[in-house]
Design a protein around this ligand. Structure first.
Ligand code: FCB
Length: 442
């Protein structure tokens, strides 16, 4: 069936629809390395902080009621390590119970929990020990992962371990926009190596925990942010070369380590690292935008060529809306690894909700195209369920399907939330829905 030239896009049976969020961005009341970073003047663009955020820590039931009402079938959230292990080796059992209750609340609403164990933030003691530069950091992270795996094992949880490790590396050690705010290529590679080892040890710990409890093995996945990297000038060989290098560094290297159970160059010497074996049942892909790189600029210092003025942008972060980059990103992972994929984050910060609708639809068209071409994609999550604290931009960023009035903490679903619900209910996108939001098919 077509409507003004748009085809109905059907998604595979069992495709999972939902949204994603993280602890620090929503909960409020955390004390970790980001909390202290936010207090340094100039670090957060709008001068806000996450001290209250969405108060999700106390309002998760309300938020999950809304998710259910909006048809969501899966919800990705993170456990805050600094709450569970405020000092090294000291466990806060009340906080463990809290996340058990959070997970149970989802399950009771028929929503599949997908749990991230590390979403950017570190406990203060871990930061003080040198964070990901410390050779012992993977061993410091592993006991916490085992602890949470055991605590949540009675629920059917899908595990993500570390969210966007190359963003932790790039933001923290190259561009200096995330704590610890460094600009040091050597340190970035060390951090990348330790994050890989941490993923392996954590996955092994989860598998052993389930085995010890006599449970079926859960699904475990790495989650990569994948930006579509393009040379600024395609006819310039140095630009092309730089684009290939940046793609291999940001998009490929870390995942290659997971998939081949090794520490690849340039982070390592290619040697095998046994705990990484069997550490990915599927690959989580976070996609937002493209990045153009120019050999005339200092990429390592964060210098980027001008944006394309003809493209719409994400507010604040200024990311170009570039759905055309989604398909090649998905395809490159599939062609290289032949592992199932899950679209673990995709969305836009904007107060123009019609733009959010267009963003979601045009990106889903690309996901559908990849599925048609044989890529095994298991689900799609909008970032994010509600507006929340955006790392470098603060509270003036609006990624939510649900709007947040920070003075009252009132949640109000946007039109995009209802558009998305219609897609979920149909497990597809009708021609008329596309026509309504995208206009006439050209
Ligand atoms: C991703 C992060 C997520 C959110 C979105 C906008 O890179 O994983 O926490 O900030 O960007």
């Amino acid at each position: 069936m077509t409507s003004m030239g748009y085809k109905t896009l059907k998604f595979p049976k069992g495709f999972l629809w939902g949204s994603a969020a993280s602890a620090h961005q929503t909960e409020g009341g955390n004390h970790n390395d980001w909390t202290e970073w936010e207090r340094i003047p100039g670090k957060i663009k709008d001068g806000t902080n996450s001290s209250v955020a969405c108060d999700h820590y106390h309002r998760y039931e309300e938020d999950f009621d809304l998710a259910k009402e909006l048809g969501h079938q899966v919800h990705r959230f993170s456990v805050e390590w600094s709450r569970i292990e405020p000092d090294r080796g000291k466990w806060d059992e009340r906080e463990v119970d809290h996340y058990r209750a959070v997970t149970k609340t989802l399950v009771q609403r028929g929503i599949q929990p997908m749990v991230t164990l590390h979403h950017f933030t570190n406990p203060i003691w871990f930061r003080d020990a040198g964070a990901w530069l410390n050779p012992k950091s993977p061993d410091m992270f592993a006991p916490y992962c085992r602890k949470i795996a055991k605590a949540l094992s009675e629920y059917d949880v899908i595990w993500n371990i570390i969210n966007e490790p190359m963003n932790v590396v790039g933001g923290g050690y190259l561009l200096g926009e995330f704590p610890p705010g460094e600009h040091d290529y050597g340190k970035a590679l060390v951090a990348a190596k330790h994050l890989l080892m941490a993923h392996g040890l954590a996955a092994k710990g989860i598998r052993e925990t389930y085995d010890d409890l006599g449970l079926h093995q859960p699904q475990i996945a790495p989650v990569q942010v994948v930006t579509y990297i393009e040379p600024y000038d395609r006819s310039n060989g140095s630009d092309v070369e730089l684009a290939e290098y940046v793609d291999s560094l940001y998009n490929q290297m870390w995942l290659q380590g997971v998939m081949t159970a090794s520490i690849p160059e340039p982070a390592g010497d290619g040697s095998q690292y046994e705990p990484l074996e069997n550490s990915a049942d599927f690959i989580g892909v976070n996609y937002y935008s493209r990045m153009r790189v120019s050999s005339k600029l200092d990429f390592m210092a964060g210098e980027m060529p001008p944006k394309d003025d003809s493209l719409e942008r994400c507010e604040g972060l200024d990311w170009e809306v570039y759905p055309q980059g989604y398909y090649p990103v998905i395809k490159s992972y599939w062609d290289r690894w032949r592992k199932p994929l899950f679209m673990t984050e995709n969305g836009i910060g904007t107060l123009d909700d019609r733009l959010r609708c267009r963003y979601i639809l045009t990106h889903l068209q690309q996901v559908h195209r990849a599925i048609q071409d044989g890529v095994d994609i298991r689900g799609y999550l909008v970032w994010s369920l509600t507006d929340n604290f955006e790392w470098t931009d603060g509270l003036s960023s609006h990624f939510g399907l649900i709007g947040m009035d920070y003075s009252t903490l009132k949640r109000t679903p946007r039109e995009s939330a209802y558009m998305y619900r219609e897609i979920i209910q149909k497990n597809g996108i009708s021609g008329s829905l596309q026509q309504k939001y995208l206009g006439r098919h050209s």
